[in-house]
Ligand binder design. Structure first.
Ligand SMILES: NC(=O)C1=CN([C@@H]2O[C@H](COP(=O)(O)OP(=O)(O)OC[C@H]3O[C@@H](n4cnc5c(N)ncnc54)[C@H](O)[C@@H]3O)[C@@H](O)[C@H]2O)C=CC1
Ligand SMILES: CC(C)CC(=O)C(=O)O
Ligand SMILES: [Mg+2]
Length: 350
């Protein structure tokens, strides 16, 4: 346990500030009194970029590195705004942070808890964790356009997979699987077509599996994984996968586990060389921004992951218990963002 938490808050765009407002209230309500806690808000996001021209300067990155953890809402503005073309904020801020802070583990748990309705006809057990690689794959920025603007333009987006990068995230996933009761790890890839990267992932999994003989190892092509996530989610325990597949299947995982408004995540730098960053799986949801409709539960669940990673396990458990109690009592009554925050805070045990 660390007794210092100097937190950076990037509330971001759209519903980001709405959900982060509630998440910070919860965090501050559960932090043990002896912790040296400070919070610093940073304005980064699409709005800040449009107002100032800064996405994330080197000085800002250096300032963020001084913190113990980062809590992020969501970034991204109107996709139709030509000034934001090319994912300038998503890539220049969010991905830049994940890469610069070496967040090679993108941890995304999915669980149906009592009181939560799943759209699945027969929900079964949804209780798995996706370990998504966070620094490589097609998101690494290796690509370009030839003959741009002509009828013969060629666009490439190269998936980068290093043995080093794959090995460290696969090892993390095995460690996690070994600590869980079912001890099962599923590699999700597309090795029947993406043979160069897929074979590397499989080879690394096979090699590391020898060190974890009590972990059952499975493989699924990503397309089949989406079938089983809907028809038989109980077959998953820990999933390890690359950056792109992990992005896609975790929105699906969120949907089957009660909705994107509930899905928390952590961008983890396991060795603690750099601050880890915690954020809901969802984006800035411009379609509901400013209406008090956003569910802050995903952001609050991300606070639980932050507390856990910072060594405050009791506080993390208190947040999770309060979220569970609230979900169990929620019913069909529509509540505003702040009403959900109030209800969860009221359920925090002492
Ligand atoms: N980590 C991040 O900062 C991310 C940013 N984005 C960015 O966010 C913007 C919008 O992206 P979309 O593809 O529309 O994905 P989105 O996740 O923002 O929204 C998808 C759907 O889920 C709903 N939704 C999302 N969060 C919710 C919540 N907490 N409560 C209730 N409903 C919620 C939205 O209203 C929308 O109908 C884009 O600019 C995108 O690039 C997208 C994903 C992640
Ligand atoms: C906006 C993307 C860069 C990120 C994303 O969708 C995610 O991490 O889930
Ligand atoms: Mg996503």
């Amino acid at each position: 346990m660390t007794d210092r938490l100097h937190l950076a808050i990037i509330a971001g765009d759209g519903i980001g500030p709405e959900v982060i407002g509630q998440a910070v209230r919860v965090l501050e309500a559960v932090l043990p009194s002896g912790v040296d806690y400070t919070s610093t808000e940073y304005p980064f996001g699409a709005g800040h970029y449009l107002a100032t021209g800064e996405v994330l300067s080197d000085e800002s990155l250096a300032a963020l590195k001084q913190h113990d953890a980062i809590l992020l809402g969501a970034v991204g503005g109107d996709p139709a705004d030509p000034r934001l073309a090319g994912g300038i904020v998503e890539r220049g801020l969010l991905l830049k942070l994940r890469f610069a802070l070496d967040h090679y583990v993108n941890l995304r748990p999915a669980e149906i808890v009592p009181g939560v309705a799943s759209p699945l006809a027969q929900p079964g057990d949804v209780d798995f964790v996706v370990v998504r690689e966070g620094t490589e794959g097609p998101y690494a920025g290796n690509g370009g356009v030839l003959r741009d603007g002509t009828p013969h333009a060629i666009a490439t987006e190269v998936s980068v997979n290093t043995e080093y990068g794959v090995e460290r995230v696969v090892r993390f996933a095995f460690e996690l699987a070994q600590r869980r009761p079912r001890k099962k790890l599923t590699l999700v890839h597309k090795k029947n077509v993406l043979v160069f990267a897929g074979f590397m992932w499989q080879r690394v999994v096979d090699r590391i599996a020898a060190e974890y003989p009590d972990v059952v190892v499975d493989y699924l092509h990503v397309d089949a994984a989406t079938i089983f996530m809907v028809t038989d989610p109980s077959r998953f325990d820990v999933i390890v996968t690359d950056n792109l597949f992990g992005d896609i299947i975790t929105d699906l995982a969120a949907a089957i586990a009660g909705g994107i408004g509930l899905a928390a995540s952590g961008n983890i730098n396991p060795a603690g060389e750099f601050p880890s960053m915690f954020e809901p799986v969802h984006g800035s949801a411009p379609d509901i921004a400013g209406q008090g409709k956003a569910d802050p539960t995903a952001a609050i669940g991300s606070v639980a992951l932050l507390l856990e990673q910072s060594g405050h396990r009791d506080a993390a458990d208190r947040v999770r218990a309060a979220v569970r109690a609230d979900l169990d009592a929620r019913g069909d009554v529509a509540r505003s963002t702040s009403e959900i925050g109030d209800a969860i805070i009221a359920r925090l045990s002492t």
